[in-house]
Design a protein around this ligand. Structure first.
Ligand SMILES: *[C@@H]1O[C@H](CO)[C@@H](O)[C@H](O)[C@H]1NC(C)=O
Ligand SMILES: *[C@@H]1O[C@H](CO)[C@@H](O)[C@H](O)[C@H]1NC(C)=O
Ligand SMILES: *[C@@H]1O[C@H](CO)[C@@H](O)[C@H](O)[C@H]1NC(C)=O
Ligand SMILES: *[C@@H]1O[C@H](CO)[C@@H](O)[C@H](O)[C@H]1NC(C)=O
Length: 400
């Protein structure tokens, strides 16, 4: 049973309830089974899991001027090909409608949406601003000059988008220059980063993500004491696996939501791991991403580390989802990993900066705009629509 079907059936449940007892029983059974049966990775992946060949341009309008400064505007930096903008994700069992900016803005009227995470969270935010530009332009209502905490207000819709920079999600003390020395980076794995945690009470929709920043060496603390380290050679300190800090950061972040005093109707999305696509070398060893076409489904190979990172997130997510459900807190999976694994063509590569800047490293981590990252916001719109249906169903039941 695929998740979307379950959710759709869920949304109809309230209406069905009045008239049909048996289907409800079946639904409950299916839902119960869904949560208690072990999941294979593929069934945990989104139901949206088939790439199509539709060459429908995602966004034919020019980029919004307000993101003119975006380093993700690959065309601006001379990328010669443009096919990477033209591939849309085709879910296996449904049609993902073209992004409808007006519809999106109606769904979020009066709300605040926050992107919590690193520069990939910002990448999604820029994509959203760009996609919405067809319908409305926001004003900058940032309360700081630090663009990592930018806030946009869509006045007409009283809708606010906020970026909350927090690449580790947990409290971090970053002492030295960015280097490969664990002594420089301390992660307090059981304390949420205040940069987002103190703001979140007043946010209606949160999209949380993290990834690349956990690959650096660091020392991990819990209850204020050292519990281990990642990629370090300190004696007498436990050597973490690559995934330990990552797992704990999500656990702590999710628990922060559970401990809020007020979370009425708050929606929390986990945007799953976004794969990088370095080929012919690592990021610091001359690797690059020169492809101009998406992979075909048959060509897809899910590296073990991608799968492990993905599963780590999803395991923590499943734990908190169940607990949240009991309290009326909605956790949802924005399950984009699989879609992005197929898109090695969508990164800036060497077109993330002016060629005269003579930067040698290729960017195969972020995503060009417009480009495949827009898919995340198509998923988001789709999922917000489902949530609205669910709420409408609940209201109907209340008033029946
Ligand atoms: C995509 O479409 C083009 C032209 O419509 C066709 O030549 C090509 O074989 C298709 N590719 C796939 C993967 O279906
Ligand atoms: C955006 O960039 C283009 C080309 O770099 C430039 O012509 C245009 O004036 C810029 N727009 C704004 C609003 O800065
Ligand atoms: C805008 O939305 C906020 C909540 O996000 C609300 O407190 C405020 O009253 C709204 N303003 C208007 C003019 O509707
Ligand atoms: C810790 O693990 C890393 C690999 O994750 C390894 O290279 C390193 O040698 C280990 N250190 C110790 C002290 O075991």
């Amino acid at each position: 049973m695929k998740r979307k079907e379950v959710e759709l059936l869920h949304s109809g449940k309230d209406i069905l309830f009045k008239s049909l007892f048996f289907p409800i029983l079946v639904l409950v059974l299916i839902t119960t089974l869904y949560f208690y049966l072990p999941h294979t990775p593929s069934s945990l992946m989104s139901d949206i899991d088939m790439r199509s060949n539709d060459s429908v341009p995602l966004n034919t309008t020019p980029l919004h001027p307000s993101i003119n400064d975006s380093i993700m505007n690959c065309m601006k930096f001379g990328r010669p090909d443009s096919d990477y903008m033209k591939w849309r994700w085709k879910p296996s069992e449904c049609e993902l409608p073209l992004f409808d900016a007006k519809r999106f803005l109606e769904l979020v009227r009066g709300k605040t949406l926050a992107f919590v995470g690193d520069s990939l969270a910002r990448n999604q935010m820029q994509s959203l601003v760009c996609l919405l530009a067809i319908a409305a332009n926001p004003v900058d209502v940032s309360t700081t000059t630090d663009t990592r905490f930018r806030r946009w207000l869509y006045t007409e819709y009283n809708f606010t988008i906020a970026a909350l920079w927090s690449p580790h999600l947990v409290r971090t003390q970053d002492d030295g220059p960015e280097g490969y020395n664990a002594n420089n980076l301390k992660l307090y794995l059981d304390e949420a980063d205040e940069a987002w945690a103190v703001q979140i009470e007043n946010v209606d929709i949160v999209i949380i993500s993290a990834s690349q920043w956990f690959f650096r060496p660091f020392i991990g603390y819990e209850r204020g004491l050292i519990v281990g380290c990642h990629m370090c050679s300190e004696r007498n300190i436990r050597n973490f696996s690559t995934y330990y800090g990552f797992r704990m950061a999500f656990r702590t972040a999710f628990r922060t939501f559970l401990s809020l005093k007020n979370y009425n109707n708050k929606l929390v999305f986990l945007r799953t791991f976004s794969p990088a696509h370095f080929e012919n070398g690592d990021w610091d060893k001359g690797g690059s991403c020169v492809r101009t076409k998406p992979l075909k489904k048959q060509e897809m190979k899910l590296d073990k580390y991608i799968l492990d990172l993905y599963m780590t997130q999803v395991e923590e997510f499943k734990e908190v989802k169940m607990e949240g459900e009991k309290k009326g807190l909605r956790f949802r999976l924005l399950d984009s990993t699989r879609a992005m694994v197929l898109r090695p063509d969508g990164h800036p590569n060497h077109y993330g900066h002016w060629s005269q800047e003579r930067k040698t490293l290729a960017d195969c981590v972020h995503w060009c705009l417009p480009g495949p990252v827009d898919t995340w916001n198509e998923f988001l719109l789709h999922m917000l629509s489902i949530e609205e249906l669910n709420l409408a169903g609940k209201k109907l039941q209340k008033h029946a």
